[in-house]
Design a binder for this molecule. Structure first.
Ligand SMILES: Nc1ncnc2c1ncn2[C@@H]1O[C@H](COP(=O)(O)OP(=O)(O)OP(=O)(O)O)[C@@H](O)[C@H]1O
Ligand SMILES: [Mg+2]
Length: 366
C-alpha cells in the first residue's frame, strides 16, 4: 500500500508541480494518475521512490515513512518503468534486465535465471536476451522495460506512461497482457498516463490531477464516469462518458438460440441470414440466403464485427449488435456460439439502465 499525505513539491524556481496531494494506492491493485501535460504526474511518481524529494507532506510505502528509508534501498525494492522504456542502448537485453538483480548483488546464476524468467513472462523468451535495444521494435523495448522493473521481484511498481510510444493495436495487446500479469503477480502498481481510456481500462483507482498539481478526483473508474466531481473532470472524461460507462454495466439481455450452418452446407435454413461456425462451433461469419448459390463457401462469408461475451458488459452487447451484417449480435462463451441478440432489445435495456447524470447515449444534445 502506498499513501500520500498532503504532499507538495515546489521546485527551486518556485514552480508548484504538486500541491497538497493525498491519496492511497491500495495493495495489489493498479492506481492510475491521469491528467493534462504538466499537471505533476511524473513528479508525483518520482516522489514515491525518492528520485524527487517532497517539499511538504509524507509518503508511506507499506506503512513505512519513505523519508526514513535509504533512497537507494527504496529504489531497489520498487520497480520503475521510465517513460519511453529508457533502456541502456549499449547493453544487451539480458544485461538491461539484470540491472536490479546485480545491484542487489544476487549471484550471477540467480540473476541470469531471473532475467530469463521475466523476459519469458513478458513474451520475449529465447534469443531476444542477446539483442541490443536498437534491434527491437518499440513495443518490444517497452516489454524489456517492464521485465527490467519486474526482475528484482518488487512488491511495488511505478510506471510512467509505459504504453504511450506504442501504436494503438499493439498497445491494446500489451495492456491486456499487462492486466493478466498484474493479476497473477498481485503487484501494487502506480501508473501514469495522459490517456483517459487507458486509465479507465487499467485502473482499479484513478487519480485525476489538474494543472497546478491538485487532485481533482480520486475514485474507481465507474464512479469517475458516473459521478464526475466537477466540470474539469467531466470535460476530461469526455462527452462520450455515457458510452464508456457501459463497459462496466452488466445486464441480462435476451439471447436467442441460433441455427448455425457450416461451410459446405446446403440447403440453408429458412432464414434471411444464417451464422456460420467452424467444427468447434466458433462463429466465422454470416451468410445471406439469397446471395448463396451452391454449398456455402468461404467467399460467401460476410464477416461480422465484434462478438459479445455471454456474461459481458452492455458495451460488448451493443458493439456486437451494431457491427453485425445481419443486424443481430453474436454471443459466445469461450469463443463458442451461444446465440444471437437483437439491437433494439439491447438499446431498450441501455435506456432503462441508470445513466451518468445529465448524459445520454446517442444523439447527445448537451
Ligand atoms: N526540475 C524542475 N524544475 C522546475 N520545474 C519543473 C521541474 N521538473 C518539472 N517541472 C515543472 O513541474 C510541472 C509538473 O511536471 P511533471 O513532469 O511532473 O508533469 P507531468 O504531468 O508528468 O507532464 P507530462 O504529461 O508532460 O509528462 C511542470 O510545470 C514542469 O514544467
Ligand atoms: Mg510526465
Amino acid at each position: 500500500m502506498i499513501r500520500l499525505e498532503g504532499v507538495t513539491k515546489r521546485y527551486a524556481d518556485g514552480t508548484v508541480a504538486v500541491d497538497n496531494l493525498s491519496f492511497e494506492a491500495p495493495e495489489g491493485k493498479i492506481t492510475v494518475l491521469v491528467g493534462p501535460s504538466g499537471c505533476g504526474k511524473t513528479t508525483s511518481l518520482r516522489m514515491i521512490n525518492r528520485m524527487i524529494e517532497p517539499t511538504e507532506g509524507k509518503i508511506f510505502v507499506d506503512g513505512k515513512d519513505a523519508s526514513s528509508l535509504k533512497p537507494a534501498e527504496l529504489r531497489r525494492s520498487i520497480g520503475y518503468v521510465i517513460q519511453h522504456a529508457g533502456l541502456f542502448p549499449h547493453r544487451t537485453v539480458l544485461s538491461n534486465v539484470q540491472t536490479v538483480p546485480n545491484l542487489l548483488k544476487w549471484d550471477k546464476k540467480r540473476a541470469k535465471d531471473r532475467a530469463m524468467e521475466v523476459l519469458e513472462l513478458v513474451g520475449l523468451g529465447g534469443d531476444f536476451a542477446k539483442r541490443y535495444p536498437g534491434q527491437l521494435s518499440g513495443g518490444q523495448q517497452q516489454r524489456v522495460g517492464v521485465a527490467r522493473a519486474l526482475a528484482g521481484d518488487p512488491t511495488v511498481m511505478l510506471m510512467d506512461e509505459p504504453f504511450s510510444a506504442i501504436d494503438p493495436v499493439v498497445r491494446e495487446v500489451l495492456q491486456d497482457e499487462f492486466l493478466s500479469l498484474q493479476e497473477r503477480l498481485g503487484t501494487t502498481i502506480v501508473m501514469v498516463t495522459h490517456d483517459i481510456d487507458e486509465a479507465i481500462k487499467l485502473g482499479h483507482r484513478i487519480a485525476v490531477l489538474r494543472e497546478g498539481g491538485t487532485l481533482a478526483q480520486f475514485s474507481s473508474p465507474d464512479d469517475l464516469l458516473a459521478h464526475p466531481n466537477d466540470d474539469f473532470v467531466a470535460g476530461f472524461v469526455g462527452r462520450d462518458r455515457g458510452y464508456r460507462a457501459l463497459s462496466f454495466q452488466r445486464a441480462e439481455v435476451p439471447i436467442y438460440p441460433a441455427q448455425p450452418v457450416e461451410l459446405g452446407d446446403r440447403p440453408l435454413p429458412d432464414e434471411e441470414w444464417s451464422i456460420v461456425v467452424d467444427a468447434n462451433r466458433h462463429p466465422i461469419g454470416w451468410v445471406e440466403r439469397d446471395a448463396v448459390e451452391g454449398p456455402i463457401s468461404q467467399s460467401d462469408l460476410q464477416l461480422g464485427g465484434t462478438l459479445a461475451e455471454e456474461h459481458g458488459s452492455l458495451r460488448g452487447f451493443l458493439d456486437a449488435a451494431l457491427s453485425s451484417p445481419s443486424g443481430r449480435g453474436v454471443v459466445v462463451n469461450e469463443g463458442r456460439l451461444v446465440g444471437t441478440l437483437r439491437p433494439q432489445e439491447v438499446l431498450q435495456i441501455i435506456r432503462k439502465a441508470p445513466r451518468p447524470s445529465g448524459d445520454t447515449i446517442a444523439g447527445d444534445s448537451e
